[in-house]
Every structure is written in structure tokens, then in C-alpha cells.
Design a protein around this ligand. Structure first.
Ligand code: FE
Ligand code: FE
Ligand code: ZN
Length: 277
């Protein structure tokens, strides 16, 4: 089954997101665990969660993807920023236990001048501090575009983070097509080669979700500007190959394209038309 959805606003709770998803032809979605710029999360409402879970079961929703706030930087040089990242991730993962069996994605962070080695060590420390054997959530590292001092623009960097984590079985990767393209990976002319490389370095079994975005910039630009599907440098044909690739087609695909709900509905319809059943 094709699991396709997009990033949705949490304004109307989980039931609101479930209804929005159905209205635009989606059967999964992504949401921020709290304000993307950080801060305190709203209290969860058990009635809302229960109503959503019933709706999701009735309509066969796939796994949901929660996204950590952008301000979360576990490898900051500043101890206060690192502490915020730790507290936020602990709180997010505790909240995710109310919706067990889903995915939690975060940006590995920016080492801001300390160097990639030091950055990776700090990310590993944080993951080892928050992961427990009891957790019912899989924590995903997102592949990054490599702007500034972002960690995670190469498969090798992500592998080094994963290697340091004690509870490996709690970890995975979310691949962002805009970020990969901006980091220099050739999804347009060599999708097989990129996925073979991923499999060699990380293992396709560690891949749990795809952020499906076109890119405003040429390959290797390291800009991270998402474009609507088919309107960027990846193009519709390459994106069609991504959703149908035998190594990827079973994964949840989440759009993070610059759209409101009607735009997402149109993209989802377009992608459903391209998906080979
Ligand atoms: Fe992201
Ligand atoms: Fe993304
Ligand atoms: Zn991005």
C-alpha cells in the first residue's frame, strides 16, 4: 500500500490532523512535537488521542512521523543549548509513548565550529542519554543538505552517529530527497547508485521514512530550499522513480513542500497517479 502524506498543523489536535489527512487523500502525516522554534509543548488530550487512533485504525493509516523542533541542537558548543536539546528530546519521547509504534525524526544538529568529530560525539552522548529499552518509538536521524556546519550531510557521518549508539535497534534514518540532492547525491541520474551507497554504508533496513521534496537549487548547492513536486531541480520523473523504487516503495512518504492543504491534496493525487500498484 502507498503510504503518502504531508506535514500538517497540530492546531486542531491529532483528530484534526487525522481529518485533514483524510480530506487531502493522505494516509499518514508528519507533525511538530511542539513549536518548531522550541518552547513548551501543549498538554496531550487523551480523548483527542483516542478519537484519532480510532480514525487511523478505521482508515488504515501508516506510521506517523513526529518532527523535533528545528532549534534542537544536541551538538551545540553551548551547554545551555545542548541541555535544551536533551530536555526536549526526553519530553518528546515520553509524549510519543502515548502514540506507541511511531517515528520521531530530528536534525542531527550543527557543530558550529567545533568540528564534525566533536559534533558527532555530542550527538551520540545525547542519544545514549535518552534511549531506553522500553521505548516504543523509533528515533530517526534526518539526512541533511549540509548548509553551514550541519552534521549528517553524508551517509558516512550518519553511520558514525549510529555506530556510537548503544541501543541501535531504537534508531533509524529518514531520507530527505531535497537534502540529499542539495548535499550532492544524484537522485536524478543515479538513484540506484545512491541507494546502493546507502545500503553499503548504513543498510537499507535502517531506512524508515522519506521526506519527499523537490529542490529549488541545483545538485550540491547545500541550500535546503524545498520546492513543490515537479517544479524543482529533481523533477517529476525522478520523484516518480523514488516512490516506485523497490527499496523504497513500502516506506511512508511525507511531503514538506511549500503548500497549503489544497496544494498538498493536488500533489498527493499526482503521486498516487504515478505510484504503480
Ligand atoms: Fe527536517
Ligand atoms: Fe526534511
Ligand atoms: Zn529541509
Amino acid at each position: 500500500m502507498f503510504n503518502i502524506g504531508c506535514h500538517l498543523s497540530t492546531a486542531n489536535g491529532f483528530l484534526g490532523m487525522g481529518r485533514d489527512a483524510l480530506a487531502i487523500g493522505a494516509n499518514t502525516f508528519q507533525f511538530f512535537t511542539r513549536n518548531p522554534r522550541g518552547g513548551k509543548a501543549k498538554d496531550l488530550d487523551q480523548g483527542d488521542i483516542d478519537a484519532f487512533l480510532a480514525l487511523a485504525a478505521e482508515h488504515g493509516f501508516g506510521k506517523l512521523l513526529a518532527h523535533a523542533p528545528y532549534t534542537l541542537n544536541p551538538c551545540s558548543a553551548d551547554a545551555k543549548t545542548r541541555n535544551f536539546a536533551l530536555e526536549t528530546m526526553l519530553d518528546d519521547l515520553a509524549r510519543m509513548e502515548r502514540l506507541p509504534g511511531n517515528l520521531y525524526n530530528f536534525h542531527p544538529g550543527s557543530h558550529v565550529g567545533q568540528g564534525e568529530e566533536a559534533g558527532i560525539a555530542l550527538i551520540v552522548d545525547q542519544l545514549n542519554a535518552v534511549l531506553t529499552p522500553e521505548l516504543h518509538t523509533t528515533v530517526l536521524l534526518e539526512t541533511m543538505a549540509g548548509k553551514g556546519s550541519e552534521v549528517g550531510r553524508s551517509f558516512e557521518e550518519l553511520r558514525r552517529i549510529l555506530d556510537g549508539v548503544a541501543l541501535q535497534e531504537k534508531m533509524g534514518v529518514c531520507l530527505d530527497t531535497c537534502h540529499l540532492h542539495d548535499a550532492g547525491y544524484d537522485l536524478v541520474d543515479d538513484l540506484d547508485g545512491v541507494l546502493e551507497h546507502f545500503d553499503r554504508v548504513i543498510g537499507l533496513g535502517r531506512l524508515h521514512a522519506i521526506h519527499l521534496n523537490d529542490s529549488m537549487n541545483p545538485r550540491g548547492a547545500r541550500k535546503d530550499r524545498h520546492e513543490r513536486i515537479g517544479h524543482g531541480h529533481l523533477g517529476l520523473e525522478a520523484i516518480g522513480r523514488v516512490i516506485n523504487h523497490p527499496a523504497l516503495r513500502h516506506l511512508p512518504f511525507l511531503l514538506e513542500t511549500p503548500n497549503e492543504l489544497p496544494g498538498f491534496a493536488a500533489e498527493i493525487a499526482l503521486l498516487r497517479g504515478l505510484y504503480k500498484n
